[in-house]
Each structure stands twice: as C-alpha cells, then as structure tokens.
Design a binder for this molecule. Structure first.
Ligand SMILES: *Cc1c(COP(=O)(O)O)cnc(C)c1O
Length: 379
C-alpha cells in the first residue's frame, strides 16, 4: 500500500469494491526494469491491466505494447500509441483479427505452428514474425505452458518456412510462466533459443531478437527475487550463449509492471461460523470474489495479503474461509488454505487486498447476480 493510495482511501472513502492504482508505482516499476536490462525493449502486456491511464503513462516513458486482439489494438490506439509500437504476441488469432491489425499498421506477429504462419502470410504479407517456443514453466505460480509454443526442431523449420512464405523471420519468443519465482527459468529458455538462433545463422537467417515474454513476479506474501537479480541472470545467460554478440532482448512484462501498484478496497458482508459450534470453520464473505475480479485465486494459486482495521493485535487471529458475495458456491477464494484474520472482524469492516493491480480489473464479470463491475481509480 503506497502512501498515495492510503491517503486516497482515507480522504475519498470510495464505494466498495474498487481497485485503486498508484501510477507513480507503475512508473517506478518500468524504470526499475529498464535499469535492470538497459538494452532491452519493453512491450507491456496490455492484458494485465489495459486502463488508459496506465497505457498513457507507459507510452510517455517510451514503452512498447504487446496486444492479443483487435480490442486491445483499439484501446492502445485510443490512448495515442502508434501501431509501430504494438506487437501481436498472441499465437492464436482469427484471420479477421490479423487482417485488422495489418490494416491498422502492425508489423510484428507471433506464431507457433505452420497453420498460423500461413494465415499470417496471407493476411499480413511481408510482416515480421517470431516463433514461440514451449519452455518449462517450473517455478511459476501461474503457469502458461502446454497451450502455447512449439519444439526447438519445429521452430527451426518454421522460421525458414516463414522466409519462404515472404515473411521476415525476426525472432524467437518464450514465456517462462507468470509469477515466475526462479531466475534460472530464463537462463534455460535462453539456452534453447540460442541453439536455434545459431542453427538459423547457418541457413542465412539472422534473427533480430529473443522475446523473453513476461513472468517477472509481484510480491504477494512470500519472498521473490528482485528485478535486478532477474536482470543479472538474463544478461549472464545472453553473454554465455551469444559469445559473438547477442540479438536484442524484448520483454513483455504484465504482472510485474502493475501488480504492486494496485489495492482492492472491499467490505466484509458477513463473518460467521454459521453452524455456531466452536469447531465450525469461520466464513468471511467479502463484497468481491472470484467473479468480481479475483480470478487468480483459482486453485488458490495466487495468495493475496489482506489488511484489516484490526491488525495491531496479531495474537487474536484465526483461520477463515474467504468467499465472494455471489450465490455461486464456486465463488470461494481460499478454503484449502484458510487465511488467518482477526477475531474482531465483522460485517461493514473494510479490508484492503494488496498487490491487485494486475489481472483483476478485466477478469471481473459484467453483472453476475446483479453485482456491477469493479470501480477503478487511477491516481
Ligand atoms: C500474459 C502474457 C504476458 C505477460 O505475462 P506476465 O507474467 O504477466 O508478465 C506476456 N506475454 C504473453 C504472450 C502473454 O500471454
């Protein structure tokens, strides 16, 4: 919680539930990543939080942007970002959305199979393409493996086919999984990419870049490496695997850029042991849940930190099952691993959920049970 957000909450007393994002914090994250890998080009992964205020802030700092749909192209262009600063990093695109992007002026596209490459050759002729490798997501708390990426052998073949189809083979990409807590994940993936890079050189193809995707973590409540440690690991791997000079590094951070900048402000709707027995578990229902934007509690993967008005007394805590406000029984945030909360907690109390700037505002349903989408404040 930044002082600016704390002041906003005290002075404005906004209606709950809402998300408050401190743009100074977003700026700080961008600068820290830029300092950690000064020669890299940063493409903010728009899906993490597409709020115009964030896009404009990052655009002013010189950021590029990674988009996944015509909708995200429109949001970026409306925020004043030119098409040359957008990459279409999604490997699964309709022909229509490729044609739309091409017509808007996008020149850089991802793919991971021949069928998609043919679509690109037809609807974005002559454009730059990069091939996504499937890499291990070990160490990631929100893995992105299996659904995307191909093998080194097929990437080697596909990038030559790209050239034969009149496209420009520009790079290789990978994503080591979101909320990646191990710096080694990048080194392993860079080693794989380097192998293909060198083999392609022998086929007269020199790739411009290695796109390392996102994955850089946000602090939730267990320790994570600093961005400088990730930077060092990546720089070391690049020097090791490209002794004769390395291609450019592209990064697509999403969570890292905005996660720590946001706080969800929520109200306790009900706190009860229901059955009344001493051994019955205590249930705490908040006015935000799985369908209000906290989708990453799925499988209890992302474990947020909760600040309550009764935190001075740390002794008086007991484990609570935390649930959202809707009539759906799936709308439970933490049950297998309950959250210790103060005994005094009661309906009407306000709780802050920290580090919720990424992957919350857009995961929110549009009116399930009549609950309106999350209010958002960018300050
Ligand atoms: C989601 C996504 C990102 C951002 O990942 P984070 O872990 O949030 O940094 C980057 N690249 C692609 C292709 C993605 O799908």
């Amino acid at each position: 919680m930044t002082p600016k957000i704390a002041r906003f909450l005290t002075e404005q007393k906004p209606a709950t539930p809402c998300l408050v994002v401190d743009l100074d914090c977003v700026r700080g994250q961008y600068r820290a990543l830029h300092d950690a890998l000064p020669s890299s080009r940063i493409h903010y992964a728009v899906k993490a939080n597409p709020a115009p205020a964030i896009l404009k802030e990052l655009h002013n700092l010189g950021s590029f942007f990674d988009i996944a749909s015509p909708g995200e192209i429109d949001i970026c262009m409306k925020a004043g970002i030119p098409a040359q600063k957008l990459s279409f990093g999604h490997t699964v695109k309709t022909a229509r959305s490729i044609a739309y992007a091409y017509q808007k002026g996008l020149t850089l596209y991802a793919f991971d199979c021949l069928e998609e490459l043919k679509k690109l050759a037809e609807h974005a002729p002559g454009c730059e393409v990069f091939c996504r490798l499937g890499v291990l997501n070990t160490g990631a708390q929100w893995p992105l493996s299996r659904k995307f990426g191909t093998t080194p052998e097929s990437a080697f073949t596909l990038l030559q086919q790209a050239r034969d189809l009149g496209l420009k083979p520009a790079g290789l990409s990978f994503h080591v999984g979101s909320q990646q807590t191990s710096t080694e994940a990048y080194g392993d993936a860079i080693a794989q990419a380097a192998g293909i890079y060198h083999r392609l050189r022998q086929q007269d193809i020199t790739l411009d870049f290695i796109n390392m995707g996102g994955g850089f973590p946000t602090y939730y409540n267990s320790p994570i490496p600093s961005i400088d440690q990730f930077g060092k690991a990546i720089a070391t791997a690049m020097t090791t695997h490209f002794p004769e000079g390395a291609p450019r590094i592209l990064l697509e951070p999403g969570r890292y850029m905005v996660g720590s900048a946001g706080v969800v402000h929520t109200e306790v709707v009900l706190s009860s042991k229901r059955g009344g027995g001493d051994n019955d578990p205590r249930w705490v229902y908040l006015d935000i849940g799985r369908f209000g934007g906290l989708a990453e509690t799925e499988g209890e993967s992302i474990r947020y930190t909760f600040q309550t008005p009764h935190d001075e007394n740390t002794a008086n805590r007991s484990p609570c099952i935390l649930a959202g406000p809707t009539c759906d029984s799936m709308d439970v945030l933490y049950e297998k691993n309950p959250i210790p909360l103060p005994e005094e907690l009661k309906a009407g109390d306000r709780i802050n959920i920290l580090a919720t700037g990424a992957y919350v505002s857009t995961y929110c349903s549009t009116g399930f049970n009549g609950f309106p989408p999350l209010d958002e404040h960018y300050i």
